[in-house]
Design a protein around this ligand. Structure first.
Ligand code: CP
Length: 317
């Protein structure tokens, strides 16, 4: 695997999950693979899980790891070509990226959507510049439109916990006070559509996602109806995708919060969320603390998805 930014880069999902579960059973089986190889993790945005799980995954493979928080201690970076750099940005990404590539063998990048200009966000300008100019394999640690390491971990988790062969998965929008990107729901939809699961998306009017990601999923605007018979409930907030409201918060209606009464409509479903989560906005305390909440095993599988991806990249060097 050269780069990892979408579900298409991982190939057959059955093989990928099988490999991930083998790695999970013996995560130090490949400690020689990354010997004398360096991973550079570049963060344009904050992180807890991605930072820790990806570093741990790289260490499991014997790699050295460098972490760069672009907004803390590095020169402020200009990302647009043609800008007269007479402001506070001292360095251009077009020099910074190839320089970063000199010091490592693999690069992970986290760069969220700005939520101001949909075309710019959906062009994935930052991570695509890393792919073009770094000279190194690049993987997404959440880009503007996708979060594939999260979705891969979500898939591994569903495969571990599912109690029926073809579970019903419901991704539900839930309220949040701030505008969040569509990367996690886009990506989750993309990965679920690549399985044979029964996949349903529910959200208020105005929160329609890019049809490219919705694919063949059923969209149901009545959350309660969508949740009926669900085996897994995947809660997430996102801001509006459709113009002219792109990037806006259209609703903070707490009638969409996942609570015990909503979970009672399901087939004794497992509750999932990528974290971090706003309690009693997205989900009530009792649901996230219930025995059917699998948010912690889901987060733990971030180490496994990252290690599987890094292993494949190292094998291709
Ligand atoms: N789920 C996730 O990516 O968490 P962080 O933002 O903390 O990395």
């Amino acid at each position: 695997m050269k780069n990892f930014t979408t579900v298409n880069d991982i190939g057959d999902l059955h093989s990928a999950v099988k490999e991930a579960l083998e790695i999970k059973a013996d995560r130090f089986a490949y400690t020689d693979l990354g010997r004398n190889k360096t991973l550079l993790m570049v963060f344009f945005n904050s992180s807890l899980r991605t930072r820790l799980s990806t570093q741990k995954a790289a260490m499991n493979l014997g790699m050295n790891v460098i972490v760069l928080d672009v907004n803390q201690g590095a020169w402020k970076l200009e990302t647009e070509r043609g800008v007269i750099m007479d402001g506070d940005k001292a360095e251009h990404l077009l020099e910074a990226i190839p320089v970063m590539g000199c010091y490592c063998d693999v690069i992970g990048v986290r760069s969220f959507a700005g939520l101001k200009n949909r075309d710019e966000d959906y062009e994935e300008r930052v991570i695509n510049q890393f792919i073009k100019y770094s000279g190194r394999p690049v993987f997404s640690m959440e880009a503007a439109t996708r979060h594939p390491l999260q979705s891969f971990a979500d898939l591994i988790t569903i495969e571990e916990f599912k109690e029926v062969e073809r579970p019903k998965i419901v991704m539900t929008w839930a309220p949040h006070p701030k505008a969040l990107p569509q990367a996690v729901p886009n990506s989750f939809a993309e990965w679920m559509n690549a399985t044979d699961y029964d996949f349903v998306i529910t959200h208020p009017h105005g929160y329609e996602l890019d049809p490219k990601f919705v694919g063949n999923a059923r969209v149901e605007y009545d959350q309660r109806k969508a949740l009926e018979g669900a085996d897994f409930v995947y809660a997430k907030n996102w801001s509006a995708y459709q113009a002219p409201d792109y990037g806006k918060v259209l609703s903070t209606d707490r009638n969409w919060t996942v609570d015990t009464e909503k979970m009672a409509l399901t087939n004794h479903a497992f509750f999932m969320h990528c974290l971090p989560v706003r309690r009693n906005m997205i989900v009530t305390d009792d649901v996230i603390e219930s025995p059917r909440s699998i948010v912690i095993p889901e987060a733990a599988n971030r180490e496994i998805s990252a290690q599987t991806v890094l292993k494949r990249i190292l094998e291709s060097l």
